[in-house]
Write a protein that binds this ligand. Structure first.
Ligand code: ATP
Ligand code: MG
Length: 465
């Protein structure tokens, strides 16, 4: 089925609160667009929310913000067309409980601050800044998205105080919980929490209020022996100290953040921070960086020496893919992750290769049925609630450390005789999802198809030839 003349559906990119986000591709030009679908039958109140979200999003144009293209309203469905971010979500680049090197965190943080500065210059407060809403483009640049909770707080220089308690709790500033609050410092607070997540791979507290001992300890300055703080280097810690300040009027402003020496410092690539000590990455990581494809330690292993360009997907068994869609197209889409590794410059990739580089997937040596069985055994041992749907999709529901719902899906698909298990977060915290993924992966270790341990080096060699 062609959705609009000349455009076909690609795969599902993610799940939002009101429906899926799908890739849509122009058959002749290969141009890719993300389409957010909002199911008005399931969510009758969503029409108003979409109206506000799109009214705000359409005003914005900035290199670090997802570009809004337009929307289409149908009686039962709203479709929002957005610039496609092919690099996936920022949380996927964060190694749970480890984080990332300071130079990399600084790069993302600078781009985030630049986007938020632009938003505030247009009088827009985002109000739901978190790594799940920070997407990445082909060149690994931040693209802020999800304006579902955004609002206009400033018009013709006149500011209004906000009163709506909203956001995602671990990222919400203390004054937002009390209300009313000023928009700018509240967004700055969320940026501070994001920086902690980037540097430490964990969130400092469930909520920034007195009932949470981690937050009280932070406020009282009795936190140094605790995680995540003990993982940070002194310069990052003192910077964060000035951002995560309880009193919004004493918090660094965007201008002050941009003038701070941490922000201006030239952290060298390969410089990292673990347990307060700077270290250099090993050569595997550096070789890998040289191939310009950034992966975390939880990266999937890929099978080696495959004829990766002739991947076969059984379209009839895959949900959401129209049968009239050329099989070739889907083959290209699925094999992207592999093709990415064969080329150095993102700019050299064809449009199909500008696809999500999802890290939460692996190949297995078992057939489809035994793979499902192993997954089920694993989910049972973790006391997860699960549901096996048709088309090889297992939906897992559980709660995270914070007792918040966590829902993710394992999609089992066949590629050229090999079985790929692809995990995707449906609801909840991205970091928690990744922690669970790593655990599942370790439990299935005996059936995971392993690449050579030195495969990043092999790839670097491959690309230089
Ligand atoms: P929630 O309220 O649960 O955050 P939402 O309904 O606001 O969801 P989004 O956050 O906009 O939905 O999108 C959900 C997911 O879909 C994103 O986290 C991302 O994985 C994917 N996604 C959304 N927009 C794009 C895009 N432009 N390019 C690529 N992927 C996207
Ligand atoms: Mg979102």
């Amino acid at each position: 089925m062609e959705f609009v003349d000349g455009w076909v559906f690609g795969h599902t990119l993610g799940e939002g609160a009101y429906g899926e986000v799908k890739l849509v591709i122009n058959k002749s030009t290969g141009e890719a667009v993300a389409m957010k679908m909002v199911d008005l039958v399931k969510h009758p109140d969503a029409r108003q929310i979409v109206r506000k979200e799109t009214a705000i999003h359409r005003m914005l144009s900035n290199p670090n913000i997802i570009q809004y293209f337009g929307k289409r309203s149908e009686p039962n469905m709203e479709y929002i067309f957005l610039e496609y971010a092919s690099g996936g979500e920022l949380f996927d680049r964060i190694e749970p409980d480890v984080g990332m090197p300071v130079w990399e965190a600084q790069k993302y943080f600078k781009q985030l601050i630049s986007a938020v500065e632009y938003l505030h210059s247009r009088g827009v407060a985002h109000r739901d800044l978190k790594p799940e809403n920070l997407l990445l483009d082909n060149n690994d640049n931040i693209k802020v998205t999800d304006f579902g909770l955004a609002t206009i707080y400033k018009m013709q220089g006149k500011e209004r105080c906000l009163d709506r308690r909203c956001g995602t709790l671990p990222y919400v500033a203390p004054e937002v919980l009390k209300r009313p609050y000023h928009a700018e410092p509240a967004d700055v607070w969320s940026c501070g929490i994001i920086l902690v997540a980037l540097l430490a791979g964990e969130l400092p507290w469930d909520q920034s209020s007195a009932e949470y001992p981690e937050y009280t300890a932070w406020r009282e300055g009795k936190y140094l022996q605790f995680t995540p703080w003990k993982k940070l280097d002194n310069s990052s810690l003192s910077f964060i100290r000035k951002i995560l300040v309880h009193l919004p009027s004493s918090r660094l402003t965007i201008r002050e953040i941009k003038e701070h020496h941490w922000f201006l410092n030239n952290f060298s690539e390969g410089e990292g921070q673990i347990g307060n000590a700077a270290f250099k990455f090993n050569c595997t990581r550096l070789d890998y960086e040289a191939s310009q494809v950034k992966f975390c330690l939880s990266q999937p292993e890929l099978p080696r020496e495959e004829n990766l360009n002739s991947v076969n997907i059984n379209l009839e068994t895959r949900e959401g893919i129209s049968f009239s869609q050329p099989a070739h197209m889907e083959d290209l889409l699925i094999s992207t992750q592999v093709q990415m590794l064969q080329q150095t410059q993102p700019s050299q990739q064809n449009p199909y290769q500008r696809l999500v580089r999802r890290m939460t997937r692996f190949f297995v040596t078992t057939d489809c049925e035994s793979t499902v069985k192993r997954l089920v055994t694993c989910f049972e041992s973790e006391s997860y609630t699960y549901r096996i749907c048709d088309f090889g999709i297992v939906t897992v529901s559980t709660v995270d450390r914070r007792k918040m719902p966590l829902v993710f899906k394992a999609n089992i698909m066949e590629m050229d005789g090999k079985i790929l298990v692809d995990f995707r977060l449906s609801k909840g915290c991205g970091l928690e999802f990744k922690r669970r993924f790593i655990k599942i992966k370790s439990k299935l270790d005996d059936i995971i198809l392993k690449g050579p341990s030195t495969w990043p080096i092999a790839i670097a060699t491959q690309t230089s030839s």
